[in-house]
Design a protein around this ligand. Structure first.
Ligand code: NAD
Length: 417
């Protein structure tokens, strides 16, 4: 249930192993594309998808009336934040409600959506048991967090170990048996709450370390130091240090959201998650810092931001993906436009996007486009981008991803984060 960045790759892996897979999604476009064998997720090969659809191993549908025919139901629906920055588990609720309506003995239900500790046993379980069936005896319920890293070709659904917690030992064992068919290693844990918290720890670890390195970047700026050079040298230490890199802010469905799920649950229990709040504060400040850098760089050339042409390179929240959800690039674009700049973008993964209420097209990355811009701002480091072209032709570059030489060899038209 949910054929997105998590659900589609998972559906393909099960189908490849010979399972008969049904993908249920409320998004009619995704259902249609999946059934045509057209992949909208870069990590899913179109050839694999088309072959599996042709072989009738994988079928997508918008209809929820066939759920009782399925042996296993895996929930991979979104878990965003509300405007108040509190968890919004409404998609989990509606998926669970749909399953509860036709739950039958023998079914295994697995929740994979990232969520706060207690969602599986305190929220989903009562919904499923409301019809009279008993967990562990009539049906099984487990939580297994998805850990994929879109755009990462080294670690994929099949090679990333899968953590599994069941409501009962039988639930855990059934889910373990299932996932053993498609992943190389499973890691059973004692409860669904532990499995839920494992995922939140992993992403909180990232969010806090990114927050820390962003703060170090802000400090280095004050001290006149190149933060990138500092990190490169620090990471030569063979133990006790793990390199994280500063950037224009965090985005996507995981790093900005997941720690907030944990902090919210902790708050409900009277505990203030201070590291999480602080990291969030610093990470959300970064787009403002980038805009300050642009203003300063233009100012040094006696140009006001108002009326300047700014070309943003990369709209996605990280490299080599087409996912723009919650990308800090939109915040940067909004602040620049509010101050009178004319904002365009180039992103090979995003042909069109809504910038400040207007649908825009990705500008081609040509000498002309680069020369016409008053300032080119590098926001992502897609592997396919031609940075030497940018370097040669942009009159002024603000680089948030360190695409240029280390150790003080930066050209005069370059401002680094
Ligand atoms: N994207 C990632 O890198 C990633 C990695 C690990 C975990 N996660 C987590 O996995 C979950 C899904 O993330 P995603 O990136 O795949 O989201 P997504 O938005 O790409 O896909 C979710 C899909 O679920 C569908 N959907 C919504 N409500 C539904 C319902 N009631 N029934 C059926 N389908 C429904 C949506 O139409 C959408 O296609 C989230 O909890 C996310 O935090 C995401």
């Amino acid at each position: 249930m949910g054929l997105g960045y998590v659900g589609l790759p998972l559906a393909v892996e099960f189908a490849k192993e010979g399972f008969s897979v049904t993908g249920v999604d409320i998004d009619g476009t995704r259902v249609e594309q999946a059934n045509q064998g057209r992949s909208y997720i870069p990590d899913v090969s179109e050839r694999d998808l088309a072959r599996l659809v042709r072989a009738k191993r994988l079928v997508a549908t918008g209809a929820f009336d066939g759920l009782s025919n399925l042996d296993v139901l895996i929930i991979c629906v979104p878990t965003p934040l509300r405007k108040t920055r509190e968890p919004d588990i409404s998609a989990i609720l509606s998926a669970s409600q749909a399953i509860a309506k036709s739950l039958r003995p023998g079914q295994l239900i697995v929740l994979e959506s990232t969520t706060y500790p207690g969602t599986t046993d305190e929220v989903v379980l009562p919904m499923l048991e409301a019809g009279g069936l008993k967990v562990g005896r009539d049906f099984c319920l487990a939580f297994s967090p998805e850990r994929i890293d879109p755009g990462n070709c080294t670690h994929t659904t099949r090679t990333i170990p899968k953590v599994i917690g069941g409501i009962t030992p039988t639930c855990r064992d059934m889910a373990t048996l299932l996932y053993r068919q498609i992943v190389s290693q499973v890691v059973p844990v004692s409860s669904t709450k532990v499995a839920e918290t494992v995922k939140l720890l992993e992403n909180t670890f990232r969010a806090v370390n990114i927050g820390l390195v962003n703060e170090i970047a802000l400090m280095c700026d004050k001290l006149g130091l190149d933060v990138w050079e500092v990190i490169e040298a620090a990471k030569t230490k063979p133990f006790g240090f793990l390199a994280f890199y500063p950037g224009p802010g965090i985005g996507g469905q995981c790093i900005p959201h997941d720690p907030m799920y944990l902090a919210w649950k902790a708050r409900v229990h009277g505990f203030e998650a201070r590291f999480i709040e602080l990291a969030d504060h610093i990470n959300r400040y970064m787009p403002h810092y980038v805009v300050d850098k642009i203003v300063q760089a233009l100012n040094a050339r006696k140009k006001p931001l108002n009326g300047s042409r700014i070309l943003l390179i990369g709209l996605t929240y990280k490299k080599d993906v087409n996912d723009t959800r919650d990308s800090p690039a939109f915040e940067v674009a909004r602040m620049l436009s509010e101050r009178g700049a004319q904002v365009d973008y180039h992103d090979p993964y995003v042909p069109t996007a809504e910038l400040n209420g207007t649908r825009c097209r990705s500008n081609p990355l040509t000498q002309d486009q680069l020369r016409r811009a008053d300032c080119v701002v590098i926001l992502t480091n897609h592997s396919t981008l031609d940075y030497s072209l940018i370097r040669r032709h942009a009159p002024l570059i603000v680089d948030t991803r360190n695409q240029y030489d280390q150790a003080g060899r930066a050209p005069s038209n370059l401002v680094k984060l």
